[in-house]
Each structure stands twice: as structure tokens, then as C-alpha cells.
Write a protein that binds this ligand. Structure first.
Ligand code: NAP
Length: 315
């Protein structure tokens, strides 16, 4: 069959690298379109202590660099650019990087998810000037400042809160309800921390400051009372959005845009498999993403070995 590659992996996080490593080790011609900012969300993390195999933990960017080198050493051809479109309506499957077209027998979609934003105009304006979605990356910039605000009530918000409490004198957690979504252990740790103050039932309505963050405007949704909290930074930790724009109209997505996955990591299109946060809203861990990458690659390998590509080409 006339294809450039047997398998194309789209995505450059743990799911993508793992899938590419497995595909290449099955002696299949493997292309990985890893993205301009290859590495995924672990590039925004510091210590990763729950990825097995590292008795003292590992830095997120170091873990990703190791995965990248491992994939290259196995012979994966990696492009550090974004896939700009796909055509899954014909076969072989097509993936475009700008004008360049690549054709393959199977595609593994592993484009992950990105942080959500509050949608305030000042959030964009002050991004990088105190507004951030990653405390582990940007928190150290605010070491020794008086106060910071974390928005959200999930595990990420609590992780950020605990991390920032070691750097900043006071951490305000603004949460829209009066109870946390975060796991008990993280929630309790944050609640017991004397540097942390919870601002319950409240939403951030504005971020103030000319050239850098100086305060946030917060409204209590029960009383409608509005107050300003002085701070030098704001960390938004309100969840993630799957990176599936280029698959719209090509793959079945759910109402929030996650790729719908069927038994065997299959998507709605034969030969296209999905792995990691792009379909998984439940576990969202580096290790589960890597596991899904392995599963999707094995399914893609079996799909090719079973002779499915030839069947798809028959008139
Ligand atoms: P999440 O669990 O979806 O939590 C998002 C939080 O933001 C929720 O508290 C939500 O409020 C709030 N929120 C959402 N949209 C909002 C908006 N527009 N305005 C204000 N608040 C808003 O996201 P996450 O914390 O990033 O965690 C994602 C997944 O990763 C979870 O499964 C989590 O367990 C996992 N995780 C685990 C760890 C760990 O185990 N160490 C660390 C980080 C993440 P509501 O509660 O009212 O919905």
C-alpha cells in the first residue's frame, strides 16, 4: 500500500511518545507529529512523584525529554510542529502539517488537553504579568510576595495552593461553591495550612492592574457582595479542554469535545485510535496516558497485522 508511514501518532505527551515507541518497536514506519510545544502538560510541572520507576521523583520536563530521546533512539521520526488538519474521510488516512501531507494505515490521536481560562478580558491582558495557569512553572517568579490567588476547587487548585504556600506569605483560594472537588488528602492539607484562606461561594469577576496584577475583584454568589483582594499573581486552575479542534467533523466527539472511544481504543473511524487526556476525563495522569498510548499502539499494530488496511481499500 502506498503510504508514507504505517502509523502516525499525533501528539507529544506521555500517550504520544509511548504509542510511538511501541509502534516503532513493532518494526512499523512511525511518524510522530509531536507539536510545537512537545511534551504536553508535564512540561508545566515540576516534581512528578507518582510516575513509577523514579524512587526520588523526577522533574516533569526531564521525564518528557527522556521519553523524547527514547522515541528517537527507537527510530521514531518526530516532527516538532502542530498537525494542522486531518482527512479521515478517505483511506489511507491523511494528516497535514501546514501544506505537507502524510499518509498512513493507522493514526493514533494523542493531542491531550489544555488548561481552561475564566474568559475575562484582563486575564489575557495580564497573562505572563501575574496571570498564569501553572503554579509549578510560574509560582517561583512570585517568591517572597505578599499574596496570591488560586481559582478553583479541584486537585490542581489544591496542589497549586500547597506549592505556593511555600513561596508566598498568603494564598487565597477562590472557589465558586462551599465544598471542594479535590481529593480528601490534598483538601485537608490545604485547609490546615495557616497561610491559606478559602473564599467560598465566590467567583473572580475582574483582574486589576495596569502593567501587572495588583488585585482581583471577587463576587460572592450567595450575597452578591463584591470585594477586592490585593495580590501579585493569579493562578487559574479550573480544569482542562481537550485539544480536538482539528478532529471536529472527522471523529465523533462528546459534548465537551473529548474523542469518543470504543472498545480497543477505537474511535468512530476505522484505523484511528485515541490515547490519553484527549479522550480520558477521568484519570488524566501521566502514567494512565502512557498506558493508553501503549494500548492504542497495540490495537493499531494488530489492526495492520490483521490486514484491515487492505480490506478498507477494496472497492
Ligand atoms: P477539575 O477536577 O475539573 O476541577 C476544576 C475546578 O474548577 C472545580 O472545583 C470547578 O468547580 C472549578 N471550575 C470549573 N470551571 C470554573 C469556572 N468557569 N469558574 C470557576 N471555577 C470553575 O480539574 P483539575 O483540578 O485540573 O483536575 C483534573 C483531574 O486531574 C482530576 O481528575 C484530578 O483528580 C486530577 N489531578 C490529580 C492530582 C493529584 O492526584 N495529585 C493533581 C492534579 C489533578 P466545581 O467543583 O464547582 O465544579
Amino acid at each position: 500500500m502506498d503510504t508514507d508511514y504505517d502509523i502516525i501518532v499525533v501528539g507529544g505527551g506521555p500517550a504520544g511518545y509511548t504509542a510511538a515507541i511501541y509502534a516503532c518497536r513493532a518494526n512499523l514506519r512511525t511518524l510522530q507529529v509531536a507539536g510545537i510545544e512537545a511534551g504536553g502538560q508535564l512540561m508545566l510541572t515540576r516534581e512528578v512523584e507518582n510516575y513509577p520507576g523514579f524512587s526520588r521523583g523526577v522533574l516533569g520536563p526531564d521525564l518528557m525529554e527522556n521519553m523524547r530521546q527514547q522515541a528517537e533512539n527507537q527510530g521514531v521520526k518526530i516532527i516538532y510542529d502542530n498537525a494542522t488538519s486531518v482527512n479521515f474521510r478517505s483511506y489511507p488516512l491523511e494528516v497535514y502539517v501546514n501544506e505537507e501531507r502524510f499518509r498512513a494505515k493507522a493514526v493514533i490521536v494523542a493531542t491531550g488537553a489544555s488548561p481552561k481560562w475564566l474568559g475575562l478580558p484582563d486575564e489575557r491582558r495580564l497573562l505572563g504579568r501575574g496571570v498564569s495557569s501553572c503554579a509549578t512553572c510560574d509560582g517561583p517568579l512570585f517568591r517572597g510576595t505578599d499574596s496570591t490567588v488560586v481559582v478553583g476547587g479541584g486537585d490542581t487548585a489544591m496542589e497549586y495552593t500547597l506549592f505556593l504556600s511555600n513561596l508566598v506569605s498568603k494564598v487565597y483560594v477562590v472557589h465558586r461553591r462551599d465544598s471542594l472537588r479535590a481529593s480528601k488528602v490534598l483538601a485537608e492539607r490545604a485547609m490546615k495550612n495557616p497561610k491559606v484562606e478559602f473564599v467560598w461561594n465566590s467567583v473572580v469577576e475582574g483582574i486589576l492592574g495596569e502593567r501587572k496584577v495588583e488585585a482581583v475583584k471577587v463576587r460572592n454568589v450567595k450575597t452578591d457582595e463584591v470585594r477586592e483582594i490585593a495580590c501579585q499573581s493569579v493562578f487559574v486552575a479550573i480544569g482542562h479542554k481537550p485539544n480536538t479542534e482539528i478532529f471536529q467533523g472527522q471523529l465523533e466527539l462528546d459534548e465537551e469535545g473529548y474523542v469518543k472511544v470504543y472498545d480497543g481504543m477505537r474511535t468512530s473511524v476505522p484505523g484511528v485510535f485515541a490515547a490519553g487526556d484527549v479522550h480520558d476525563r477521568r484519570y488524566r495522569q501521566a502514567v494512565t496516558a502512557a498506558g493508553y498510548g501503549c494500548m492504542a499502539a497495540m490495537e493499531a499494530i494488530w489492526f495492520i497485522e490483521r490486514g484491515e488496511p487492505e480490506k478498507l481499500l477494496k472497492p
